[in-house]
Design a protein around this ligand. Structure first.
Ligand SMILES: Cc1cc2nc3c(=O)[nH]c(=O)nc-3n(C[C@H](O)[C@H](O)[C@H](O)COP(=O)(O)OP(=O)(O)OC[C@H]3O[C@@H](n4cnc5c(N)ncnc54)[C@H](O)[C@@H]3O)c2cc1C
Length: 343
């Protein structure tokens, strides 16, 4: 997501661009959600990779629905992610980029700028959790997503429709401490049977790590970092696609200001990505807090969160200030009491 977005935009601006990728064709396990913003919508359209849209959400905690939200218009797009990435690569190549099937990244030389966009693989897998997803034939409510938090394992199950009539779904799970793909697959199959009283016909299955416990680092040892390689993943939702796109665009914008040195590019990049970093750091805080609590107390807190908290969370609008605002609301009285009790 990050590398292809950067390659495409850098060629648009006329930079000589070389991409290294360990695989010639991008195909990665993902929930395929891209939160709708002007930029993400523009790229979805440019790559013709939008598949379905979601505007209804069932939020569950340990299997029990705690909130149901229905927005007037969709807030999530479900994309064909392989198509999104591979089309951006092709567009970059037709603008003159060279994409080489090679591991790693080159040394920094002369006035070249080197960027690490290796996603979760830029880090040790010890700071990640294995996340597994199935694409399956099923019967599902169109435009409706389900997210079910497993408090004890600091993880979640999801079900998203991939097509507009809900006949194909993307269903998956990521749970801290469960690192066997076969176990995760079984859990997903059982989960669907439990909620839909039906079984799945699996079309595709794959797993990949998400760097839930990696730090946020935008530059290290002469190399810029974007996307998950920069630790830009929302730790409470696992969302990384939009963050990858935004970090790539913020970096190319900083580079294109033609500063004289790396420190200035970095400062501009940090500024351009500050709201995303704030969002990620707030999510780190929230995850840490939930993990500190006794699971029963954490469950109680998630259950009393007001609807507008979930609306902000789904729209990816939870910043530190917003979180404080929500906690300060009178209707969150019970929540604040819960937090104080937990502390
Ligand atoms: C099962 C699952 C479900 C998810 N669901 C969602 C979701 O619904 N919404 C969302 O926003 N996020 C989701 N995520 C997270 C999202 O997939 C990632 O955060 C996002 O892909 C990060 O983009 P990226 O460009 O940083 O890295 P990636 O998309 O992982 O790209 C990394 C690239 O680096 C290449 N590479 C790796 N190692 C090397 C190497 N050594 N040398 C050269 N190249 C290398 C890879 O081949 C790949 O092309 C999910 C993740 C998983 C695993």
């Amino acid at each position: 997501m990050a590398g292809s977005t950067l390659a495409y935009h850098s060629t648009l601006l006329g930079y000589d661009t070389i991409g290294y990728d360990i695989t010639p064709y991008y195909k990665k396990a993902c929930g395929d959600v891209l939160t709708i913003r002007d930029t993400t919508l523009r790229l979805l359209k440019a790559t013709s990779s939008e598949r379905a849209f979601v505007k209804n959400f069932s939020i569950r905690v340990n299997g029990r629905e705690v909130s149901y939200l229905s927005f007037r218009s969709p807030i999530w797009a479900i994309m064909d992610k392989s198509k999104f990435v591979n089309t951006l690569r092709e567009m970059a190549e037709s603008n003159g980029a060279k994409i080489i099937n090679k591991k790693g990244y080159p040394e920094v030389r002369g006035d070249s700028i080197v960027v690490d966009a290796r996603g979760p693989y830029a880090w040790s897998l010890n700071s990640s959790i294995l996340t597994y997803r199935l694409v399956a034939k099923a019967s599902w409510e169109p435009e409706t997503a389900l997210i079910d938090f497993n408090v004890k394992r600091s993880g979640l199950y999801w079900v998203f429709p991939i097509d507009s009539d809900g006949r194909i779904i993307n269903i998956g799970v990521g749970l801290t401490g469960v690192s066997d793909g076969r176990v995760l697959k079984k859990l997903v199959m059982r989960y669907y049977e439990r909620i839909a009283k039906d079984s799945l016909i699996v079309i595709d299955e794959r797993g990949a790590p998400i760097q839930v416990y990696a730090p946020v680092i935008l530059y290290s040892r002469g190399v810029f970092r974007i996307g998950e390689a920069a630790g830009l993943v929302n730790r409470t939702s696992g969302e990384g696609n939009r963050l990858a796109v935004y970090s790539a665009i913020a970096l190319i914008n900083a580079i294109n200001k033609k500063f004289l040195n790396i420190a200035e590019i970095l400062r501009d990049y940090e500024e351009g990505i500050s709201s995303i970093v704030n969002e990620v750091k707030t999510s780190i805080l929230m995850l840490k807090f939930i993990r500190l609590l006794d699971p029963k107390i954490a469950e109680n807190i998630l259950e009393v969160l007001p609807k507008y908290f979930w609306a902000s969370w789904l729209k990816a609008e939870i910043t530190f200030n917003k979180l404080i605002e929500i906690l300060a609301e009178r209707s969150s009285y019970e929540l604040v009491l819960g937090l104080i009790r937990a502390l």
